[in-house]
Design a protein around this ligand. Structure first.
Ligand code: HEM
Length: 341
Protein backbone atom coordinates (compact mmCIF):
# COMPACT_ATOMS: atom_id res chain seq x y z
CA UNK A 1 0.00 0.00 0.00
CA UNK A 2 1.04 3.63 -0.48
CA UNK A 3 3.00 5.40 2.27
CA UNK A 4 2.06 9.00 3.18
CA UNK A 5 2.53 11.14 6.29
CA UNK A 6 -0.87 10.12 7.59
CA UNK A 7 -0.26 6.43 6.97
CA UNK A 8 3.18 6.57 8.62
CA UNK A 9 1.78 8.21 11.74
CA UNK A 10 -1.22 5.87 11.92
CA UNK A 11 0.76 2.71 11.38
CA UNK A 12 4.00 3.04 13.37
CA UNK A 13 5.89 3.69 10.09
CA UNK A 14 4.04 0.96 8.23
CA UNK A 15 4.66 -1.76 10.86
CA UNK A 16 1.00 -2.72 10.44
CA UNK A 17 -0.90 -4.72 7.84
CA UNK A 18 -2.88 -2.04 5.98
CA UNK A 19 0.04 0.21 5.02
CA UNK A 20 2.91 -2.28 4.86
CA UNK A 21 4.26 -2.95 1.36
CA UNK A 22 3.70 -6.32 -0.26
CA UNK A 23 6.62 -8.57 0.73
CA UNK A 24 7.78 -11.13 3.36
CA UNK A 25 6.89 -8.99 6.38
CA UNK A 26 3.39 -8.24 4.97
CA UNK A 27 2.92 -11.99 4.32
CA UNK A 28 3.87 -12.73 7.93
CA UNK A 29 1.50 -10.07 9.27
CA UNK A 30 -1.30 -11.29 7.00
CA UNK A 31 -0.81 -14.86 8.23
CA UNK A 32 -1.14 -13.71 11.84
CA UNK A 33 -4.38 -11.87 11.02
CA UNK A 34 -5.88 -14.79 9.13
CA UNK A 35 -4.66 -17.69 11.28
CA UNK A 36 -4.30 -16.29 14.79
CA UNK A 37 -6.62 -13.30 15.04
CA UNK A 38 -9.52 -13.57 12.63
CA UNK A 39 -9.92 -17.27 11.83
CA UNK A 40 -13.45 -18.67 11.52
CA UNK A 41 -12.97 -20.50 14.84
CA UNK A 42 -11.95 -17.35 16.68
CA UNK A 43 -14.76 -15.28 15.13
CA UNK A 44 -17.18 -17.92 16.22
CA UNK A 45 -15.71 -17.81 19.75
CA UNK A 46 -16.74 -14.09 19.93
CA UNK A 47 -20.39 -15.04 19.38
CA UNK A 48 -21.29 -14.70 23.03
CA UNK A 49 -19.75 -11.22 23.15
CA UNK A 50 -21.70 -10.16 20.04
CA UNK A 51 -24.89 -11.42 21.58
CA UNK A 52 -24.23 -9.58 24.81
CA UNK A 53 -23.18 -6.19 23.38
CA UNK A 54 -25.22 -5.68 20.85
CA UNK A 55 -1.92 14.09 0.07
CA UNK A 56 1.18 15.66 -3.12
CA UNK A 57 4.57 14.41 -1.84
CA UNK A 58 6.56 17.60 -2.71
CA UNK A 59 4.16 19.64 -0.54
CA UNK A 60 4.57 17.22 2.36
CA UNK A 61 6.38 19.73 4.56
CA UNK A 62 3.40 22.13 4.49
CA UNK A 63 0.84 21.94 7.29
CA UNK A 64 -1.42 25.02 6.77
CA UNK A 65 -4.30 23.73 8.89
CA UNK A 66 -2.11 22.23 11.59
CA UNK A 67 -3.48 18.77 10.75
CA UNK A 68 -0.15 16.97 10.97
CA UNK A 69 0.45 18.45 14.40
CA UNK A 70 -2.99 17.32 15.52
CA UNK A 71 -2.49 13.88 14.00
CA UNK A 72 0.83 13.46 15.80
CA UNK A 73 -0.79 14.44 19.08
CA UNK A 74 -3.71 12.04 18.53
CA UNK A 75 -1.25 9.32 17.60
CA UNK A 76 0.61 9.79 20.92
CA UNK A 77 -2.67 9.51 22.83
CA UNK A 78 -3.57 6.37 20.89
CA UNK A 79 -0.13 4.88 21.60
CA UNK A 80 -0.67 5.38 25.34
CA UNK A 81 -4.05 3.65 25.01
CA UNK A 82 -2.74 0.65 23.02
CA UNK A 83 0.23 0.30 25.40
CA UNK A 84 -2.19 0.34 28.35
CA UNK A 85 -4.29 -2.42 26.76
CA UNK A 86 -1.19 -4.54 26.08
CA UNK A 87 0.28 -4.08 29.57
CA UNK A 88 -3.04 -4.88 31.23
CA UNK A 89 -3.51 -8.04 29.15
CA UNK A 90 0.07 -9.17 29.73
CA UNK A 91 -0.51 -8.96 33.48
CA UNK A 92 -3.77 -10.91 33.22
CA UNK A 93 -2.23 -13.53 30.95
CA UNK A 94 0.67 -14.06 33.36
CA UNK A 95 -1.73 -14.32 36.31
CA UNK A 96 -3.83 -16.90 34.40
CA UNK A 97 -0.70 -18.89 33.59
CA UNK A 98 0.20 -18.87 37.30
CA UNK A 99 -3.29 -20.19 38.22
CA UNK A 100 -3.05 -22.86 35.56
CA UNK A 101 0.30 -24.00 36.90
CA UNK A 102 -0.95 -24.23 40.48
CA UNK A 103 -4.52 -25.61 40.15
CA UNK A 104 -4.60 -26.88 36.54
CA UNK A 105 -7.56 -24.58 35.68
CA UNK A 106 -8.05 -23.79 31.98
CA UNK A 107 -7.89 -20.16 30.82
CA UNK A 108 -11.06 -18.54 29.41
CA UNK A 109 -11.75 -18.02 25.71
CA UNK A 110 -9.20 -15.59 24.21
CA UNK A 111 -9.97 -12.28 22.56
CA UNK A 112 -7.85 -10.77 19.76
CA UNK A 113 -5.32 -9.04 22.04
CA UNK A 114 -4.83 -12.23 24.05
CA UNK A 115 -4.27 -14.08 20.78
CA UNK A 116 -1.59 -11.57 19.75
CA UNK A 117 0.18 -11.89 23.08
CA UNK A 118 -0.07 -15.67 23.14
CA UNK A 119 1.41 -15.72 19.68
CA UNK A 120 4.38 -13.64 20.90
CA UNK A 121 4.95 -15.83 23.91
CA UNK A 122 3.95 -19.34 22.80
CA UNK A 123 4.83 -19.90 19.20
CA UNK A 124 8.26 -20.40 17.83
CA UNK A 125 8.23 -20.40 14.05
CA UNK A 126 11.45 -18.52 13.60
CA UNK A 127 9.68 -15.16 13.37
CA UNK A 128 8.42 -12.95 16.13
CA UNK A 129 6.15 -10.02 16.57
CA UNK A 130 7.50 -6.84 18.15
CA UNK A 131 5.47 -4.84 20.63
CA UNK A 132 5.31 -1.97 18.10
CA UNK A 133 3.84 -4.34 15.51
CA UNK A 134 1.27 -5.53 18.02
CA UNK A 135 0.21 -1.95 18.68
CA UNK A 136 0.02 -1.32 14.93
CA UNK A 137 -2.19 -4.40 14.54
CA UNK A 138 -4.50 -3.29 17.36
CA UNK A 139 -4.75 0.12 15.68
CA UNK A 140 -5.58 -1.57 12.32
CA UNK A 141 -8.32 -3.61 13.88
CA UNK A 142 -9.87 -0.61 15.61
CA UNK A 143 -9.51 1.83 12.69
CA UNK A 144 -10.33 -0.61 9.86
CA UNK A 145 -12.99 -2.50 11.75
CA UNK A 146 -15.15 0.02 13.57
CA UNK A 147 -16.13 2.87 11.19
CA UNK A 148 -16.66 0.44 8.32
CA UNK A 149 -18.94 -1.80 10.34
CA UNK A 150 -20.89 1.06 11.92
CA UNK A 151 -21.29 2.76 8.50
CA UNK A 152 -22.68 -0.46 7.05
CA UNK A 153 -25.13 -0.71 9.95
CA UNK A 154 -26.14 2.96 9.75
CA UNK A 155 -26.81 2.58 6.02
CA UNK A 156 -28.87 -0.59 6.33
CA UNK A 157 -30.96 0.83 9.17
CA UNK A 158 -31.60 3.91 7.03
CA UNK A 159 -32.73 1.71 4.14
CA UNK A 160 -35.06 -0.26 6.39
CA UNK A 161 -36.54 3.02 7.62
CA UNK A 162 -36.94 4.33 4.08
CA UNK A 163 -38.46 1.10 2.83
CA UNK A 164 -41.11 -0.14 5.29
CA UNK A 165 -42.29 -2.84 2.86
CA UNK A 166 -38.78 -4.39 2.89
CA UNK A 167 -38.76 -4.29 6.69
CA UNK A 168 -42.17 -5.99 6.78
CA UNK A 169 -41.06 -8.69 4.37
CA UNK A 170 -37.92 -9.31 6.45
CA UNK A 171 -40.01 -9.50 9.64
CA UNK A 172 -42.39 -11.96 7.99
CA UNK A 173 -39.40 -14.16 7.02
CA UNK A 174 -38.09 -13.90 10.59
CA UNK A 175 -41.51 -14.90 11.96
CA UNK A 176 -41.76 -17.96 9.77
CA UNK A 177 -38.16 -19.18 10.26
CA UNK A 178 -37.40 -18.22 13.88
CA UNK A 179 -40.82 -17.39 15.31
CA UNK A 180 -41.52 -15.17 18.29
CA UNK A 181 -40.65 -17.41 21.21
CA UNK A 182 -36.87 -17.08 21.12
CA UNK A 183 -34.24 -14.64 19.92
CA UNK A 184 -32.60 -15.18 16.53
CA UNK A 185 -29.21 -16.98 16.72
CA UNK A 186 -26.23 -16.71 14.35
CA UNK A 187 -26.94 -20.30 13.35
CA UNK A 188 -30.34 -19.16 11.90
CA UNK A 189 -28.69 -16.81 9.38
CA UNK A 190 -28.24 -19.33 6.52
CA UNK A 191 -32.00 -19.98 6.69
CA UNK A 192 -32.90 -16.31 6.21
CA UNK A 193 -32.36 -15.64 2.46
CA UNK A 194 -34.19 -12.30 2.43
CA UNK A 195 -32.06 -10.99 5.30
CA UNK A 196 -28.96 -12.16 3.38
CA UNK A 197 -30.21 -10.33 0.28
CA UNK A 198 -30.78 -7.14 2.32
CA UNK A 199 -27.22 -7.21 3.66
CA UNK A 200 -25.71 -7.87 0.20
CA UNK A 201 -27.83 -5.13 -1.37
CA UNK A 202 -26.65 -2.75 1.36
CA UNK A 203 -22.98 -3.59 0.65
CA UNK A 204 -23.70 -3.01 -3.06
CA UNK A 205 -25.42 0.36 -2.71
CA UNK A 206 -23.40 1.65 0.26
CA UNK A 207 -19.90 0.07 0.28
CA UNK A 208 -18.19 1.43 3.43
CA UNK A 209 -14.83 1.49 1.54
CA UNK A 210 -16.06 3.09 -1.71
CA UNK A 211 -12.58 3.26 -3.33
CA UNK A 212 -11.00 0.45 -1.26
CA UNK A 213 -7.55 1.24 0.14
CA UNK A 214 -5.00 2.77 -2.29
CA UNK A 215 -2.90 0.05 -3.99
CA UNK A 216 0.63 0.36 -5.40
CA UNK A 217 1.36 -1.49 -8.66
CA UNK A 218 4.41 -3.70 -8.27
CA UNK A 219 5.12 -4.09 -12.01
CA UNK A 220 4.39 -2.39 -15.36
CA UNK A 221 0.95 -3.25 -16.68
CA UNK A 222 -1.47 -2.43 -19.48
CA UNK A 223 -5.18 -2.35 -18.66
CA UNK A 224 -7.80 -1.53 -21.32
CA UNK A 225 -5.08 0.17 -23.37
CA UNK A 226 -3.81 2.31 -20.46
CA UNK A 227 -0.12 1.97 -19.50
CA UNK A 228 0.22 1.56 -15.71
CA UNK A 229 3.90 1.83 -14.74
CA UNK A 230 5.22 0.05 -11.65
CA UNK A 231 4.91 2.22 -8.55
CA UNK A 232 1.59 3.83 -9.57
CA UNK A 233 -0.97 4.51 -6.84
CA UNK A 234 -4.24 2.92 -7.89
CA UNK A 235 -7.78 3.37 -6.61
CA UNK A 236 -10.54 0.91 -7.40
CA UNK A 237 -13.86 2.77 -7.63
CA UNK A 238 -16.11 0.11 -6.19
CA UNK A 239 -18.85 2.69 -5.56
CA UNK A 240 -19.06 3.32 -9.34
CA UNK A 241 -18.86 -0.40 -10.20
CA UNK A 242 -21.71 -1.18 -7.80
CA UNK A 243 -23.90 1.53 -9.40
CA UNK A 244 -23.05 0.77 -13.02
CA UNK A 245 -26.33 0.39 -14.99
CA UNK A 246 -24.53 -2.04 -17.31
CA UNK A 247 -24.08 -4.38 -14.33
CA UNK A 248 -27.20 -3.76 -12.25
CA UNK A 249 -30.75 -2.92 -13.31
CA UNK A 250 -32.16 0.14 -11.49
CA UNK A 251 -28.76 0.53 -9.77
CA UNK A 252 -29.80 3.39 -7.48
CA UNK A 253 -32.76 1.52 -5.97
CA UNK A 254 -32.43 -0.47 -2.78
CA UNK A 255 -33.81 -3.71 -4.15
CA UNK A 256 -32.72 -6.84 -2.18
CA UNK A 257 -34.80 -9.09 -4.45
CA UNK A 258 -32.05 -8.80 -7.09
CA UNK A 259 -29.94 -11.15 -4.94
CA UNK A 260 -32.64 -13.73 -4.22
CA UNK A 261 -31.70 -16.98 -5.92
CA UNK A 262 -28.40 -15.43 -7.10
CA UNK A 263 -25.04 -17.04 -6.34
CA UNK A 264 -23.36 -13.61 -6.32
CA UNK A 265 -21.57 -12.90 -3.04
CA UNK A 266 -19.18 -10.49 -1.34
CA UNK A 267 -16.22 -12.88 -1.04
CA UNK A 268 -14.06 -11.34 -3.78
CA UNK A 269 -14.88 -13.72 -6.64
CA UNK A 270 -17.63 -11.61 -8.20
CA UNK A 271 -15.90 -8.52 -9.54
CA UNK A 272 -19.14 -6.53 -9.69
CA UNK A 273 -19.65 -6.88 -5.90
CA UNK A 274 -16.45 -5.99 -4.04
CA UNK A 275 -17.20 -4.31 -0.69
CA UNK A 276 -14.23 -6.14 0.90
CA UNK A 277 -11.93 -5.90 -2.13
CA UNK A 278 -10.43 -9.00 -3.79
CA UNK A 279 -7.12 -10.82 -4.04
CA UNK A 280 -4.27 -11.04 -1.54
CA UNK A 281 -5.01 -7.62 0.02
CA UNK A 282 -8.67 -8.34 0.52
CA UNK A 283 -10.14 -7.42 3.92
CA UNK A 284 -9.00 -10.02 6.51
CA UNK A 285 -11.83 -8.89 8.83
CA UNK A 286 -14.57 -9.90 6.38
CA UNK A 287 -15.75 -12.87 8.45
CA UNK A 288 -15.99 -10.86 11.66
CA UNK A 289 -17.64 -7.90 9.89
CA UNK A 290 -20.24 -10.12 8.23
CA UNK A 291 -21.01 -11.88 11.51
CA UNK A 292 -21.54 -8.54 13.30
CA UNK A 293 -23.58 -6.93 10.50
CA UNK A 294 -25.79 -9.96 9.86
CA UNK A 295 -26.50 -10.61 13.49
CA UNK A 296 -27.18 -6.97 14.38
CA UNK A 297 -29.55 -6.51 11.43
CA UNK A 298 -31.25 -9.80 12.28
CA UNK A 299 -31.81 -8.67 15.88
CA UNK A 300 -33.17 -5.28 14.77
CA UNK A 301 -35.56 -6.94 12.32
CA UNK A 302 -36.76 -9.37 14.95
CA UNK A 303 -37.05 -7.06 17.93
CA UNK A 304 -37.77 -3.55 16.62
CA UNK A 305 -40.30 -1.62 14.64
CA UNK A 306 -38.58 1.42 13.15
CA UNK A 307 -40.08 4.73 12.12
CA UNK A 308 -38.83 8.25 11.54
CA UNK A 309 -39.26 10.94 14.18
CA UNK A 310 -41.76 13.72 13.30
CA UNK A 311 -38.99 16.24 12.47
CA UNK A 312 -37.34 14.00 9.83
CA UNK A 313 -38.52 13.29 6.30
CA UNK A 314 -37.52 10.45 4.01
CA UNK A 315 -35.65 12.95 1.81
CA UNK A 316 -33.38 13.73 4.78
CA UNK A 317 -32.07 10.19 4.60
CA UNK A 318 -30.37 10.44 1.23
CA UNK A 319 -26.83 10.77 2.50
CA UNK A 320 -26.32 7.79 4.76
CA UNK A 321 -22.66 7.07 4.26
CA UNK A 322 -20.74 10.24 5.10
CA UNK A 323 -19.95 10.32 8.77
CA UNK A 324 -20.79 13.83 9.89
CA UNK A 325 -21.10 14.93 13.44
CA UNK A 326 -24.52 16.53 12.90
CA UNK A 327 -26.04 13.99 10.56
CA UNK A 328 -26.50 11.03 12.85
CA UNK A 329 -29.39 8.85 11.87
CA UNK A 330 -32.36 9.19 14.20
CA UNK A 331 -35.15 6.70 14.46
CA UNK A 332 -37.99 5.87 16.80
CA UNK A 333 -37.66 2.31 17.95
CA UNK A 334 -40.60 0.34 19.21
CA UNK A 335 -39.16 -2.51 21.24
CA UNK A 336 -41.43 -5.33 22.32
CA UNK A 337 -41.10 -7.40 19.19
CA UNK A 338 -40.95 -10.35 19.30
CA UNK A 339 -43.81 -11.00 21.68
CA UNK A 340 -42.42 -13.88 23.62
CA UNK A 341 -45.64 -15.10 25.22
C1 HEM B 1 -18.25 -3.87 7.11
C2 HEM B 1 -17.02 -3.90 7.55
C3 HEM B 1 -15.78 -3.84 6.70
C4 HEM B 1 -15.62 -3.47 5.40
C5 HEM B 1 -16.68 -3.05 4.39
C6 HEM B 1 -14.20 -3.58 5.10
C7 HEM B 1 -13.64 -3.31 3.87
C8 HEM B 1 -12.29 -3.38 3.61
C9 HEM B 1 -11.71 -3.05 2.34
C10 HEM B 1 -12.49 -2.57 1.11
C11 HEM B 1 -10.36 -3.23 2.44
C12 HEM B 1 -9.31 -2.98 1.34
C13 HEM B 1 -9.28 -4.14 0.39
C14 HEM B 1 -8.51 -3.79 -0.87
O1 HEM B 1 -8.03 -2.64 -1.00
O2 HEM B 1 -8.40 -4.66 -1.76
C15 HEM B 1 -10.08 -3.66 3.80
C16 HEM B 1 -8.81 -3.94 4.27
C17 HEM B 1 -8.57 -4.27 5.59
N1 HEM B 1 -9.50 -4.51 6.57
FE1 HEM B 1 -11.52 -4.37 6.38
N2 HEM B 1 -13.53 -4.00 6.23
C18 HEM B 1 -14.45 -4.18 7.22
C19 HEM B 1 -14.20 -4.63 8.51
C20 HEM B 1 -12.97 -4.97 9.00
C21 HEM B 1 -12.72 -5.53 10.30
C22 HEM B 1 -13.81 -5.87 11.32
C23 HEM B 1 -11.36 -5.67 10.43
C24 HEM B 1 -10.55 -6.22 11.58
C25 HEM B 1 -11.03 -6.78 12.63
C26 HEM B 1 -10.76 -5.20 9.19
C27 HEM B 1 -9.40 -5.18 8.94
C28 HEM B 1 -8.84 -4.83 7.73
C29 HEM B 1 -7.39 -4.80 7.49
C30 HEM B 1 -6.30 -5.09 8.52
C31 HEM B 1 -7.22 -4.47 6.14
C32 HEM B 1 -5.89 -4.32 5.38
C33 HEM B 1 -5.50 -5.68 4.75
C34 HEM B 1 -4.19 -5.63 3.94
O3 HEM B 1 -3.78 -4.55 3.52
O4 HEM B 1 -3.59 -6.71 3.72
N3 HEM B 1 -11.77 -4.79 8.34
N4 HEM B 1 -11.27 -3.76 4.48
Amino acid sequence: MTSWFVSNVLSYNCSDLIFSAYGPRWRYARKIFMVNLLSARRISSFQAARKQEILTPWLDWLDPQGLKKKLSSVSKKCDTMWQGILDDRKRKLEAARGDQATDGSKSEEQDIVDALLTRLVDEDDGENLTEVEMKAFIMNIIFAGTDTTSNALQAVLGELLKNPSIMEKAQAEMDSVVGRKRLVEESDLPNLPYLNAIVKENFRLHPPGPILIPHLSTEDNKILGYEIPAGTTLFVNVHAIHRDPALYERPLDFYPERFLGSEKDVHGFDFDLLPFGAGPRMCPGKGLALAVVFYTVALVIQTCDLRLPENLKLEDLTDLIALRRNSLLQALVNLGYPKTS
